[in-house]
Structures are given as C-alpha cells and as structure tokens.
Design a protein around this ligand. Structure first.
Ligand code: C2E
Ligand code: MG
Ligand code: MG
Length: 266
C-alpha cells in the first residue's frame, strides 16, 4: 500500500509539472459512419508526451488525477482545447469530450461548459460530453447538472456501455442521445453467441428509443460486418485508425473513403 501511495504521489507531482510544461496533448479518434465512410465525430483523448518515457496513455494518469482532484483542471483544459480545435472543422463533424465522475462534484460544471463554448465560439450542438454509468450512480444531483448541460444544447453520450450496471433505467431517466457499446463486446462478438444476443438487444432498444449507437473498439472487418448486421453503423476503432494528432486527421474530415488506412501506432 505504501508503495502504491508513493507511486501515486510521484505521478501527481510529475503530472502537475507536465501540465504547466505543456506536455499534455489532445489526440483525436474518429467515429466513422461505415455506410458513407464519413467522419461524424472525433473523440478527444488525452496523451502525456513525457520527455523520457514517451507517449503515456490516460489509463496511467487519469485515475490518479481523479483521486487528487486534478482532473477538474485537466478536464477543463481538455474541453477548452477540444472546442477550440473543433471550431475549424466542417460543421457536420462533432467533437466528443470525456467528463470524469469527479468533475460532476463541481457546482458550476454546466457554467464552465457554457463559458468554454462562448469563448471558443463553437455551437453547443457540436459538442458531445461522454459520461459513464459511474457518474450516474455516484454523484449527487447529477440529474439536475445533466439537465442544465442539455439545456445548453450540448449532447450527452453514455460511454463504455455494458461494463457497469447497464441499467436500462438510465436511458429512460437521463437525457442521453448516444450510447457507446464498450469495446469488450466487439472483441467477443465473433465467438460468443451470448455477446451477439446482448448486442442485438441493445441495438433494438437504442433504435426504439431513438438513441444513436456507437460500437467502440472495432478492429477487424469481421467485427465491422457483425455490427452492420445488427444495424450498428457508427464505428470507432483501430480498423479505421488509432487516436492521432489533429493535423493527421484534418485532411480526412471531409471524406474518409479517399484515405489510406491508417495503422501506425499512437
Ligand atoms: P474511452 O473514453 O472509452 O476512450 C476509448 C479508448 O479506447 C481510448 O483509449 C482508445 O484509444 C481506445 N480504443 C479505440 N479503439 C480501439 C480499438 O480498436 N482497440 C483497442 N484495444 N482500443 C481502442 P485511451 O486513449 O487510452 O483512453 C482511455 C480512457 O481514458 C478513455 O476511455 C477515457 O475514459 C479516459 N480519458 C481519455 N481522455 C480523457 C479526458 O480528457 N478526460 C477524462 N475524464 N477521461 C479521459
Ligand atoms: Mg470516451
Ligand atoms: Mg469508451
């Protein structure tokens, strides 16, 4: 335990320094409509460009930032960055930003979002905020905060669906416009009839509720075809591309089909 604590403190100190030293960057990963080969949105995903350890993925530092509360500052920064970037994209391409459960403890979360939109000049309906079931379960007065955000015209997505309680009640109670099926489903879909049945059920439900459905973590043509067979056409995954710096994606925003398949590591 002592070791874990020491490690966390070290990451915390280093992360604060990294933030001030501009070592944090926002990468983007497209969600592609597989029917038209067009990018419908880009998800902002943080990276830490560490001077000696190379590119560090958020799994290594976001949990620490959540524990220490630094995610509030980091999250606000990522949102600002994403809105500023998205302002110059074609107007049919949305930007999606992850919001950690801890950020919902901020009293003025909706006001922070509103101010960021005003400052960037981005239309509210081009912003999607990705939340997880943990947020819906843990935070007090989350419902009123979500309503405030919805009233701004911002869209809410439920991320990693299927990993938590997957309570269908949430879809009814909260103003969610989009559900992202966790990537474990794409991984298991080909071999597991049970997974296939669950994806079918989620798809039918989403259709009835008029909720958009995204399949995360699609890596192979077989997985893409499976999702299509279940009427799931919004696809995010390495099959199209890994998360990348925006400069590399900008030329593809108008039309994906002309793009070479991007496969290099990120
Ligand atoms: P997420 O929001 O579910 O983002 C999707 C993750 O799946 C990304 O991992 C992405 O690189 C990965 N992924 C996409 N397609 C594939 C695929 O085909 N195969 C595999 N194996 N993985 C795929 P990443 O970038 O490491 O981010 C991990 C998590 O960190 C995110 O999961 C999100 O929860 C969190 N995160 C990232 N940026 C932020 C941020 O700005 N704020 C907050 N609060 N959390 C963030
Ligand atoms: Mg996400
Ligand atoms: Mg996810």
């Amino acid at each position: 335990m002592q070791e874990a604590l020491t490690r966390k403190r070290a990451i915390d100190t280093e992360l604060r320094h990294a933030f001030l030293a501009n070592e944090l960057v926002v990468y983007y990963q497209p969600v592609v409509d597989s029917r038209t080969a067009t990018i419908v949105s880009l998800e902002a995903l943080l990276r830490w460009r560490h001077p000696t350890r190379g590119m560090i993925r958020p799994g290594e530092f976001i949990p620490v930032a959540e524990e220490t509360g630094m995610i509030i500052e980091l999250g606000a920064w990522a949102l600002r960055q994403a809105c500023n970037d998205a302002k110059s994209w074609p107007s049919n391409v949305r930007v999606a930003v992850n919001i950690a459960p801890r950020q919902f403890q901020q009293k003025d979360l909706a006001e922070m979002v509103a101010q960021t939109l005003r400052e960037s000049g981005l239309e509210p309906d081009r912003l999607e905020l990705e939340i997880t079931e943990t947020t819906l379960m843990e935070s007090d007065d989350v419902e009123s905060k979500l309503r405030e955000i919805e009233e701004l015209g911002v869209r809410l997505s439920l991320d990693d669906f299927g990993t938590g309680y997957s309570s269908l009640g949430y879809l009814n109670r909260f103003p969610v416009k989009k559900v992202k099926i966790d990537r474990s489903f794409a991984r298991q879909a080909i071999e597991s009839p049970k997974t296939q049945a669950i994806v079918s059920a989620i798809s039918a439900l989403a259709q009835d509720l008029s909720i958009d459905l995204v399949a995360e973590g699609v890596e192979t043509d077989a997985q893409l075809a499976f999702m299509a067979s279940k009427n799931i056409f919004l696809i995010q995954g390495y099959l199209y591309t890994r998360p990348r710096p925006i400069e590399e994606l900008r030329p593809l925003l108008a039309h994906w089909r002309d793009a070479p398949r991007l496969v290099s590591a990120a």
